[in-house]
Design a protein. Structure first.
Ligand code: SAM
Length: 387
């Protein structure tokens, strides 16, 4: 779809979830409107509607036709398709996984749309870039006259103490061009081009190629986890030790009340403490961080349901027992609250869950979402200097 000067870009948000792409677009500050969002999940759509006042189209993306898409006169597509076909925990069936069908099918429609999108943005897990779905995506984009630049980036590179490396594909249809055309057809591991490093010479290009080993060097410039917490202490429920003057968010209180209503919690903060039985059984597999840590692990949709590999736990014990030798039981371990996970995903303060969304659903929806601190600068770069 061609665009008139000064008109806002018309965006379609596929696999919208709780709206991470839309928040990123807002944060990027580009002149764009989301003309429709699409998600099959009722609960995700409740949250999206609660925050944006618009309910996404609730159907299977696989059933959309070229005529349906023509009807939106959109010129930008944002897509964050399911990642299970490519995750290490999954069976890695890639394009053979039913959850990958809708993504390939929607891309296959591009040549059949009377005015195809000018820009495309795809987010997925690391591992996608070596999948056969990726090969097919690149083949369709090439056939449809798109030029691509790909990135693997993590919030750690943007000052956020959160390790969530993700794959991103930015695509522009000719004659549109990227700000830095030297990076066409490359996979980059550095955010430098997003910060206006326009004239990439060979030296910079080598640096951009560095795989993840070098991520540690970004840690020093990250804020401590403490800046993302809404409360610190899990041991003394009568006197919660709030960080700064912040009170618990309406979100957290909502989740607590709702779960108390189900009779599964006796004291306000109990549901965030890690039970001793879990510590005894899984202690050695837990990723434990402290308020002054500069890194925590990726929160997945199974956080709070399973311990291993689903996200970090917070030790809120006194600094003097912050050493490995001290018993885990003394370290006062707790889960990050949904609001804290939202903060680490850089969702805005205004983001809220409707009351009826349970604690587990909140974690699941957040685990599926994305880092706005990473996606916003990528979108700004994608939209820049488009001709
Ligand atoms: C990785 S999540 C994307 C989350 C989103 N970016 C956010 O910020 O919350 C994938 C989303 O795609 C939705 N989904 C998966 N398959 C779908 C399909 N065939 N049609 C419509 N939505 C689908 C899921 O319900 C889920 O919300």
């Amino acid at each position: 779809m061609e665009k008139q000067e000064e008109q806002p870009w018309r965006v379609l948000e596929f696999y919208s979830g709780i709206g991470g792409m839309r928040y990123s677009l807002m944060k990027a500050g580009v002149n764009a409107i989301v003309v429709e969002a699409f998600d099959i999940n009722d609960t995700a759509n409740d949250v999206y509607q609660h925050n944006f006042g618009h309910r996404p189209y609730q159907g299977n993306i696989q059933s959309l036709t070229a005529a349906d898409l023509d009807g939106y006169s959109a010129n930008v597509w944002l897509l964050s398709p399911p990642c299970q076909p490519y995750t290490r925990q999954g069976l890695q069936k890639q394009s053979g996984d039913a959850r990958a069908f809708s993504f390939l099918q929607i891309l296959e429609l591009i040549p059949h749309i009377s005015q195809p999108p000018i820009m495309l943005f795809v987010e997925n897990v690391v591992g996608f870039e070596t999948s056969d779905t990726h090969t097919k995506m690149m083949e369709i984009l090439g056939r449809s006259d798109f030029v691509t630049q790909e990135f693997i980036l993590t919030p750690l590179q943007f000052g956020v103490p959160y390790s969530r490396p993700r794959y991103f594909c930015l695509a522009k249809r000719k004659p549109s061009t990227f700000q830095n055309q030297l990076l066409n057809n490359q996979l980059l591991w550095s955010p430098k081009p997003l910060f206006g490093h326009k004239n990439a010479d060979d030296k910079v290009l080598c640096e951009l190629d560095e795989p993840q080993g070098s991520w540690d060097k970004w840690l020093e410039s990250c804020q401590p986890i403490e800046s993302f917490l809404e409360f610190k202490n899990c041991s003394d429920h009568s006197e919660p030790n709030f960080v700064g003057s912040t009170n618990l968010s309406a979100d957290t209180i909502g989740a607590l009340e709702e779960d108390e209503g189900n009779g599964c919690c006796t004291s306000t903060f109990d549901q965030y403490s890690v039970p001793l039985s879990l510590i005894e059984r899984w202690g050695s597999a837990m990723d434990i961080v402290y308020p002054d840590s500069k890194r925590c692990c990726c929160f997945t949709k199974s956080y709070y349901r399973y311990v291993k590999g689903t996200g970090s736990l917070l030790a809120t014990g006194q600094p003097k027992i912050q050493d490995k030798a001290s018993s885990l039981k003394e370290q006062c371990l707790r889960y990050f609250t949904p609001r804290e996970v939202a903060n680490l995903h850089s969702l805005p303060e205004s983001f809220q869950f409707p009351q009826h969304i349970s604690l587990r659903q909140r974690y699941a929806l957040l685990g599926n979402s994305l880092s706005i601190s990473v996606v916003a600068p990528l979108l700004r770069y994608l939209f820049a200097e488009s001709s």
